[in-house]
Design a protein around this ligand. Sequence first.
Ligand code: SNW
Length: 275
Amino acid sequence: MLALVAVLSLAACGAGADSTENSTGNPYGLIKPGQLRVASLGDAKPYTFTDANGGFTGFDVELFRDVAKRMGITDVVFTGQDFSAILPAVANGQFDAGVAAIGITDARRKTVDFSTGYLAGYLTVMTKKDSGIASADGLAGKRLGVVQGTLQEAYAVKNFPKAGLVRFPDNNAAVSALNRGSVDAHFLDYEAAKSYIAQFSLVSAADIPSFDAPAGFAIEKDNPALRAALDKALIEAMEDGTWKRLYEKWFPGSPMPEQYLPGGDHTGTPSAAAG
Ligand code: SNW
């Protein structure tokens, strides 16, 4: 009897030690324990882009690194993809996360899960000063660039039926086409547009609210531990003012959605911010 008790307690110890090791070794089920592999974009300044040295930076990149650090992870590896490749690559487990101002929608939720939202803003129709396009109505009969797989593409298909859509793999290709006149306008995220507008003396013809699709970090489906850890860290970053500091650094002068500021309802539905 004593011997049996001894064997049982040894077995229990063994099992306990194993499961402790598993849960501390890779609690978030990452491809490589202790490392976050992220699919991102090299040309969506100031959200996610590569600097002169080829390193990834921008609001989303710095926010994600901050969130990862709160989870105890400093080894974060960003890889540039075409936008249309990011969600499929996350869905099939090639990356631990997708980070690129990716709006949370029900359609996308069919293939991936998302963290809570961390950014809500506008979709911008960007054009040349002399294009004659002064509003979304002016797009009738014009060629409009969109990046494949974006909300802009879906919005344009639905709402700009008279525009001729030209699909591009990335913003840089679309902006070159705009600058050389092979498209009349390009439809992209507001802050990225602001950056190209400053660089190439372009103008905005329309800013369309996209508050119903706040950006979130995309992760593979059915990984509640990773999702909960990202949400906890994101909410901490909002509450202690880190989100605000990064927002002011990367989007100077842009209105700030209140729910992401300290004391805000961090997981509430975003709405347009006052001034
Ligand atoms: O829906 C918006 C959100 O409100 C915020 O303004 C950040 O951008 C969005 O998530 C839309 N972003 C596009 C998309 O999700 C394009 C992303 C990209 O070009 N990187 O399709």
